[in-house]
Design a protein around this ligand. Structure first.
Ligand SMILES: C[S@@+](CC[C@H](N)C(=O)[O-])C[C@H]1O[C@@H](n2cnc3c(N)ncnc32)[C@H](O)[C@@H]1O
Length: 221
């Protein structure tokens, strides 16, 4: 995207920052050098991806929280910034509005939310290397996108309106292209393909079969 925090955010000294759906706490680890006096809290429905303590900034904490359930009262009006990123695959159409209302409740007056999502449905592969396995990449990604079509129809496009309805007074939509920085496209390609292949293996483990699953996954990879 070209930034960790959007330029419009003006945080107070020693801000309290929550990263919901933190996963590997990548956002906290990347933001810490920019806001070294921040108090970070990573929250996730699962601790499966939580990093080791050593990887986190001093004072940062990680704990369990479900974005879709009302948040405990002790969190209300406590945060200067709530960050969320790439939650879409776990969200059904009706989950977004209550989730953003939950987030609104834990902001201090004047606090910010930065929520990043990808428009997967209209994302396209572009061939930049003549002998790349373009068709293979496209086939795997199309299958992934089809499987998650319902989830991918909402989020990046519905959030701004739902934020206004929840009471946010200033909502900025910053839509950027994924090939904005050519030097990031190799990692982006590897990351997306890794995600798609992981999904194919997960589906295989759940008993799904077909030309994209089972032993075929290794061949495609
Ligand atoms: C694709 S990962 C993104 C991780 C992180 N936000 C990032 O950008 O690096 C999605 C994360 O959201 C978490 N998640 C999914 N549903 C959730 C929910 N209802 N409440 C909290 N976290 C959730 C998953 O456990 C996972 O760690």
């Amino acid at each position: 995207m070209g930034y960790i925090l959007h330029q419009s955010l003006k945080l107070p000294p020693a801000p309290r920052i929550a990263d919901i759906g933190t996963g590997t706490a990548r956002f906290i680890i990347c933001l810490h050098p920019e806001v070294p006096d921040a108090v970070f809290e990573g929250l996730d429905i699962s601790d499966a991806l939580f990093p080791l303590r050593d990887a986190l900034p001093a004072g940062a904490t990680l704990s369990l929280l479900d974005l879709k359930q009302p948040f405990p009262e002790h969190m209300h009006e406590k945060y200067d910034l709530v960050h969320l990123r790439l939650l879409v695959s776990g969200m059904r159409p009706d989950d977004w509005a209550p989730a953003i209302r939950n987030v609104f409740r834990i902001l201090r007056p004047g606090g910010y939310v930065q929520w990043e999502e990808c428009e997967f449905l209209n994302a396209e592969w572009r061939k930049s290397v003549p002998d790349s396995r373009f068709e293979t990449a496209k086939m795997i990604t199309d299958a992934f996108t089809d499987a998650l079509r319902q989830q991918f129809q909402h989020g990046w496009n519905t959030l701004p309106g739902q934020m206004r309805e929840a009471g946010f007074t200033s909502v900025i939509s910053d839509v950027v292209s994924s090939d904005r920085f050519p030097e990031t496209t190799a990692d982006m390609t590897a990351g997306i393909l890794s995600l798609n292949l992981t999904w194919a293996r997960m589906m295989t483990a759940r008993g799904v079969s077909g030309p994209l699953f089972g032993d075929h996954v290794d061949d495609l990879e």
